[in-house]
Design a protein around this ligand. Sequence first.
Ligand code: FES
Length: 95
Amino acid sequence: MKQVDRLPEKHIFICVNNREQGSCCLKVNGIDTFQKIKSYILSHGLAGRVWVTKTGCQGFCNPVGTTISVYPEKKIFTEVKPEEVDKILEEVLSK
Ligand code: FES
């Protein structure tokens, strides 16, 4: 076993879960939201300091938008639409 001591300052988890019936983040543009967040992090030179990871269901499924959680802040955003990504990132990355 090897322990890593170089950790990111923040880790953003974006749900892209898919399910055939009922609400899920894949049906409400979860992939677009993930891509937009990834592009933002890369274009702002934050790769390595901020990690971005796709996840399965985070337990807040809805028919409106994607669920995103941010650590270490333990903030969870639900019903996120791709066009709202910049606003969320400006908020969580300013602290
Ligand atoms: S499918 Fe995304 S929170 Fe449940």
